[in-house]
Structures are given as structure tokens and as C-alpha cells.
Write a protein that binds this ligand. Structure first.
Ligand code: ADP
Ligand code: ADP
Length: 209
């Protein structure tokens, strides 16, 4: 299974990806996670990406595209992969398309998780992550039950109301235009992202079946 998860910030891509990669036994490739790891490690790429991420801006295509094309050539991607948060711009979608065509590989599906803008800010502001397991929580709707996990939760620097608005604007301006690109290829599956994570997971699996 070679698939892409698309959706606005806070749509539930990371939450659903964690569930789907278990089912399909494919690596989860999140460009956001890759950049956060680079920032943490203090690499040159991390330093360059950090300033864009903190403002809720997109990291330039030139930095993103090579990183992803290199990642999907790794042996663990030979029989499939799940891209989460990439492509996010038309040039990224075109670069991926060209690289896959050149390798004689085809995508199986592009899942668009649709969530109205009004629900996004609440999800972003209350998002927390367990740095040890990577598990994603919501402070109100889905808090951890274990006190030790609750105590170590981290809040992303870009999960503020201000950066969230900037990211949502970027989503509509830069990312939404890739949706018809995949629609024209017959790969697009639109899934309603409102409802419990379990409900959304069932809808995605039905769309992929
Ligand atoms: P994305 O990767 O698309 O930015 P996340 O999976 O990190 O989204 O989820 C963003 C926030 O919304 C988290 O706090 C998460 O717990 C919460 N969330 C995820 N799925 C749902 C859902 N179906 N309903 C309500 N909240 C959700
Ligand atoms: P979210 O879960 O809210 O959708 P991500 O974790 O995917 O956000 O991404 C966090 C930030 O990393 C983005 O706001 C952006 O600055 C940068 N980023 C991640 N993926 C890309 C990409 N494909 N192109 C450009 N910037 C990206």
C-alpha cells in the first residue's frame, strides 16, 4: 500500500496514520516529525526549518522534496509507505509524481481527511504528545489516563492560536490545490474527519477497501 494522508493541520492525520500503519505494516513518513527530529538534533536542516515552523509557514520546497525522495528510497519503503503531511504544495506533488513515475511505482490512494476550519483551533491548542511513545492526545477529549504520561506531555511550539491561523491559511492557499491534482488521477478518497477517531478510522478503511 502506497498512500498519502492530506488534510488541514489538526485534521487527525497523525492520529489515523498511527493506526493505519499497523494495519498495513508500512512505514509512517511524517515530514513534520522529520523536521522536529532535525530541530531537536540541531542539524543544519533543523536550524533552517525551525524558523519557518515556528511562524506556521511552510518549509521551502527545496528542503522538503529531497528529504522525502531520499526517505522513500530506503529498503523499508520497498513494498509501501504512508506519507503524512507531504506533499503540501503543487511543486511537491509534481516532484513526487515524477520520482515515482521514473521508478515505475504507482500510488494506491490519497486520503483527504476533511474537518471544518471552526474545529481546527480547538484541536491544535489542546494537542499534546508523549515524547517517549509519540502518542498524540487532546487535553480535553482524549487525555492520557496514566499520570506519568500526563506529566511528560509536550506542547508543540507551533500549536498556538496565532501559528494555527497561519497554518490554516497556508493549507487553503498552498495545499488544497493538490486535491484536484489527485482527483484527476482517480486516486482521491474524501473522508469526513468529524467524529471519534474510531469512527474516522472505520471510514478510512472502508474508503481504502
Ligand atoms: P494532524 O496530524 O492532522 O495535525 P493530529 O492527529 O495530531 O492531527 O490531531 C490533532 C489533535 O486533534 C490532537 O489533539 C488529537 O488528539 C485530536 N484529534 C485527532 N482525531 C480527532 C477526532 N476524530 N476528533 C477529535 N479530536 C481528534
Ligand atoms: P500538522 O500536524 O499540524 O499538519 P506537521 O507536523 O505536519 O503539522 O508540520 C509541522 C510544520 O512542519 C508545518 O507547519 C511546516 O512548517 C513544516 N512542514 C511539514 N511538512 C511540510 C511540507 N511537506 N512542506 C513544507 N513544510 C512542511
Amino acid at each position: 500500500m502506497r498512500m498519502i494522508l492530506v488534510g488541514p493541520p489538526g485534521a487527525g492525520k497523525g492520529t489515523q496514520a498511527a493506526r493505519l500503519v499497523e494495519t498495513y505494516a508500512i512505514p509512517h513518513i511524517s515530514t513534520g516529525d522529520m523536521f522536529r527530529a532535525a530541530v531537536k538534533a540541531g542539524t543544519e536542516l533543523g536550524k533552517r526549518a525551525d524558523e519557518y515552523m515556528q511562524q506556521g509557514a511552510l518549509v521551502p520546497d527545496s528542503l522538503v522534496i529531497d528529504m522525502v525522495l531520499e526517505r522513500i528510497q530506503q529498503p523499508d519503503c520497498a513494498s509501501g509507505f504512508m506519507l503524512d503531511g507531504f506533499p503540501r504544495t503543487t511543486p511537491q506533488a509534481q516532484a513526487l509524481d515524477q520520482a515515482l513515475s521514473a521508478a515505475g511505482i504507482e500510488l494506491d490512494a490519497v486520503v483527504l481527511i476533511e474537518v471544518p476550519d471552526e474545529l481546527i483551533e480547538d484541536r491544535i491548542i489542546h494537542r499534546r504528545q508523549d515524547p517517549e511513545t509519540g502518542a498524540i492526545y487532546h487535553l480535553i477529549n482524549n487525555p492520557p489516563t496514566d499520570e506519568a504520561v500526563r506529566a511528560r506531555l509536550v506542547h508543540r511550539k507551533d500549536d498556538t492560536a496565532e501559528a494555527c491561523r497561519a497554518r490554516l491559511e497556508k493549507y487553503h492557499a498552498e495545499t488544497a490545490p493538490i486535491v484536484p491534482f489527485y482527483g484527476a488521477k482517480g486516486l482521491l478518497k474524501r473522508v469526513d474527519g468529524v467524529g471519534s477517531p474510531d469512527d474516522v478510522e472505520v471510514r478510512i478503511k472502508a474508503a481504502l477497501a
